[in-house]
Design a protein around this ligand. Structure first.
Ligand code: NAI
Ligand code: MG
Length: 361
C-alpha cells in the first residue's frame, strides 16, 4: 500500500498554504514515483462550523490510522468567544494528546539568503542548522496538583513539574536517534541545580546515552545558560533536548534566530506504530494569520518545510526532503520573496501561489 497522509488544513491561511503542499505532493507522485494516499478532513473552526466541535471523532480515528497527519493552522476571530471546550485549539490539543505525540521537533535553520533577516549578526546565523526536541505531553503543563487554592486567607496558584523516568527515556531516545542522522551531538537542558525533576532528567538522559547511544556526543547545560548560549553562538549546538516548559521558551527563541514565522516547520512524533513508523503530525509553527487570510499573501514555506520533515521522519525519504529544501533555498537565493520576507528596502512580493509554483519549478 502507498504511505498515507491525512491533511487537516484548518482555518485562515491554513488552507492557502496547504494548497501549495498538495501540489508538491502531486509533483512527487508524477515526477518521482512517490505516490501517497491523501485524504482530507476538517479541524478547528472549520470543523466546529460543521460538527459543533473542533475535531470530529471520525477524524480523530482517521488520524490514528494514517502514517502522517499534515496540519495547517486553526483559530480566528470568528471563534474567539466560543466556550473553551470547543475552541479551535482544542482540536489540535486532542490530536497531540490522543496520538501521544511526546517529542516535538522544532528546527532552527537559516537559509543563507535570509541571514540578513535575523536580529543577530549575519555570521552568527548563516548556515545555522539546529534541532530543538521539546517533550510535549508531560511536565509542568500537566502535573498535579494544579489549580488556584485558598491558603492562609489568600489564593495560591499551583502547577507541578512532574516527570517519570519512562517519559524522560523516550524523549531522550528520540533526541539521540535524531542526532545520529545529523551532527551526532546532543545537549540536554534542565535546571538540575534547583529542581528535583532536573536532577532526574540529567541522570536518565546520561544513562540512556551510556547504555544505548555511547557513540553520540552528549553534554548537559542549565537551561538559563542554554538560552544565553543560543543567542551568543547557536552554531555550537546540533540537537537540544529539553522539557516541555523550557522547550516552549527555548524553541521560540531559537526559531527567531532565523527570521520569519512564515519559514518555521515542526514535527510532533509519538511511539512507533506496527509498521515501524512513528505516530506523527507535521505543522507550521505559525497560526491562522487572520490579518492576511484570504489575500493570497501567506508564505507557504513553513508548511512546505513541514512536509519535508514528513518525508524525512515518517517516510524515510531523506534525499527527497533535501531535494525540496534545496529547491526552497534556490528560490530564496534567486530573490523570490513573499511579503513577510521583504526587508525595509522593499521590492515586489510574490503571492502564496507564485511562491509554490517557483518551488515546484
Ligand atoms: P499567527 O502566527 O497566526 O500570526 C502572527 C503574525 O505573523 C501575523 O501578523 C501573521 O500575518 C504573520 N504570519 C503568520 N504566518 C505567516 C505566514 N505563513 N506568512 C506570512 N505571514 C505570516 O499568530 P496570531 O496572530 O497570534 O494568532 C492568530 C490565530 O491563530 C489565533 O486564533 C491563534 O489562536 C491561532 N494560532 C494557531 C496556531 C496553530 O494552529 N498551531 C498557532 C498559533 C496561533
Ligand atoms: Mg511557545
Amino acid at each position: 500500500a502507498n504511505p498515507s497522509i491525512l491533511i487537516l488544513a484548518g482555518d485562515g491561511i491554513g488552507p492557502e498554504v496547504m494548497a501549495e503542499v498538495k501540489k508538491i505532493i502531486s509533483w512527487y507522485g508524477d515526477k518521482r514515483g512517490l505516490v501517497f494516499d491523501v485524504s482530507e478532513d476538517l479541524v478547528g473552526g472549520a470543523a466546529y462550523d460543521v460538527h459543533g466541535k473542533p475535531l470530529a471523532d471520525e477524524t480523530m480515528a482517521k488520524a490514528q490510522e494514517v502514517d502522517a497527519v499534515l496540519l495547517g493552522a486553526v483559530g480566528g476571530p470568528k471563534y474567539d468567544n466560543l466556550d473553551f471546550s470547543v475552541k479551535p485549539e482544542r482540536g489540535l490539543l486532542r490530536l497531540r494528546k490522543e496520538m501521544d505525540l511526546f517529542s516535538n521537533l522544532r528546527p532552527a535553520q537559516c537559509f543563507d539568503a535570509l541571514a540578513d533577516f535575523s536580529s543577530l549578526k549575519k555570521d552568527v546565523v548563516a548556515g545555522l542548522d539546529i534541532m530543538i526536541v521539546r517533550e510535549l505531553t508531560s511536565g509542568v503543563y500537566f502535573g498535579t496538583p494544579r489549580g488556584i487554592f485558598e491558603e492562609n486567607g489568600e489564593r495560591v496558584g499551583i502547577n507541578t513539574q512532574r516527570y517519570t523516568e519512562s517519559e524522560i527515556e523516550r524523549v531522550a531516545r528520540s533526541a539521540f536517534e535524531l542526532a545520529k542522522r545529523r551532527g551526532n551531538k546532543v545537549c540536554s537542558m534542565e535546571k538540575a541545580n534547583v529542581m528535583e525533576s532536573g536532577i532526574l532528567w540529567r541522570e536518565v538522559v546520561q544513562r540512556i546515552h551510556d547504555e544505548e547511544y555511547p557513540e553520540v556526543e552528549l553534554s548537559h547545560m542549565y537551561a538559563d545558560n542554554g538560552a544565553m548560549q543560543l543567542v551568543r553562538w547557536p552554531k555550537q549546538f546540533d540537537v537540544i533536548v529539553t522539557d516541555n516548559l523550557f522547550g516552549d521558551i527555548l524553541s521560540d527563541c531559537a526559531a527567531m534566530l532565523t527570521g520569519s514565522l512564515g519559514m518555521l516547520p515542526s514535527a510532533s512524533l509519538g511511539a512507533p506504530m506496527e509498521n515501524g513508523r512513528p505516530k506523527a503530525m507535521y505543522e507550521p509553527v505559525h497560526g491562522s494569520a487572520p490579518d492576511i487570510a484570504g489575500q493570497g499573501k501567506a508564505n507557504p514555506i513553513a508548511c512546505i518545510l513541514s512536509f519535508a520533515m514528513a518525508l524525512r521522519y515518517s517516510f524515510d525519504q531523506g534525499d527527497e526532503a533535501t531535494r525540496l529544501e534545496k529547491a526552497i533555498e534556490k528560490v530564496l537565493a534567486d530573490g523570490v520573496r513573499t511579503a513577510d520576507l521583504m526587508g525595509p528596502e522593499g521590492g515586489t512580493a510574490v503571492s502564496t501561489v507564485e511562491m509554490g509554483a517557483k518551488i515546484i519549478e
